[in-house]
Write a protein that binds this ligand. Structure first.
Ligand SMILES: C[S@@+](CC[C@H](N)C(=O)[O-])C[C@H]1O[C@@H](n2cnc3c(N)ncnc32)[C@H](O)[C@@H]1O
Ligand SMILES: Nc1nc2[nH]cc(C(=O)O)c2c(=O)[nH]1
Ligand code: SF4
Ligand SMILES: [Mg+2]
Length: 220
């Protein structure tokens, strides 16, 4: 049984795949926060911008087995015949690695999908994931030592870029922390967090700036 908050088709907003069409599968639940506002201040991860509780979002639900999950993902991919366009699913959450197991990975591959994950790095990445994005949080121990993208929300006093310099990645990104309670009148990126991230990249050129472009153009 897989619990999914929501599933939707959009553009990957972040990182090296920014702009690429993908089905997003947002698994319910996280190991670093309950998702309840009353617990936010004392959680291991305090700035989450996402509602991942329950299964009541668009395309969400409980899927009895891996085949049913893959079928729901595949139903969101457009029906076009284009051998150049490899279908992509981004498994996120919540923390997708609490649920994404070998049967689900096999069923998504069987359905023709390349599988990307967005994970907090506290759980080992299973075999067969095609693109891994690791985003460490606060004091939470990161067990992942290799990934495709290391994407650190910045600034985090307890999770500095130096702490993760040993992790091997194709891409190293700093993502300015966006206020999870912001309304549309708050500046998205002309703020101190962005300035600090830019300055860090300029001084440590291994790191590049990542922006959540879906928030800029106001898509899911
Ligand atoms: C909601 S998380 C879900 C996946 C996984 N639990 C994780 O933390 O990577 C998806 C992405 O959003 C990023 N994110 C969450 N809250 C954010 C915020 N307030 N500002 C910027 N990025 C944020 C995370 O760091 C992660 O890269
Ligand atoms: N468009 C879009 N791109 C994203 N990249 C990572 C996301 C996430 O919430 O994991 C996300 C998201 O929620 N929307
Ligand atoms: S680890 Fe990811 S899903 Fe969990 S609370 Fe933090 S940002 Fe949100
Ligand atoms: Mg998001």
């Amino acid at each position: 049984m897989y619990s999914v908050k929501e599933m939707f088709y959009t553009l990957q907003g972040e990182g090296a795949n920014a702009g690429r069409p993908a089905v997003f599968c947002r698994f319910s639940g996280c190991n670093l926060w309950s998702g309840l506002e009353k617990d936010r201040a004392t959680a291991a991860c305090t700035f989450c911008d996402t509602d991942f509780r329950g299964t009541d979002g668009d395309g969400g639900g409980k899927f009895a087995n891996a085949e049913a999950l893959a079928e729901a993902v595949a139903a969101l991919w457009p029906r076009v015949i284009d051998s150049q366009a490899k279908p992509l699913v981004v498994c996120t959450g919540g923390e997708p690695l609490l649920q994404l197991d070998q049967p689900a990975i096999d069923a998504l591959h069987q359905a023709g999908f390349e599988i990307a994950i967005e994970t907090n790095g506290t759980l080992p990445i299973p075999e067969g994931i095609d693109w891994s994005v690791v985003s460490p949080k606060g004091l939470a121990e990161v067990v992942v030592t290799r990934c495709d993208e290391l994407k650190l929300v910045y600034p985090q006093p307890e999770a500095t870029p130096e702490r993760f310099a040993h992790i091997q990645a194709r891409h190293y990104y700093l993502s300015p922390m966006v206020n999870p309670h912001r309304d549309d009148t708050d500046p998205l990126y002309q703020n101190p967090e962005t300035r600090e991230a830019i300055n860090y990249c300029l001084q440590h050129p291994r790191w590049r700036l990542n922006l959540q472009t879906h928030k800029i153009v106001n898509i899911a």
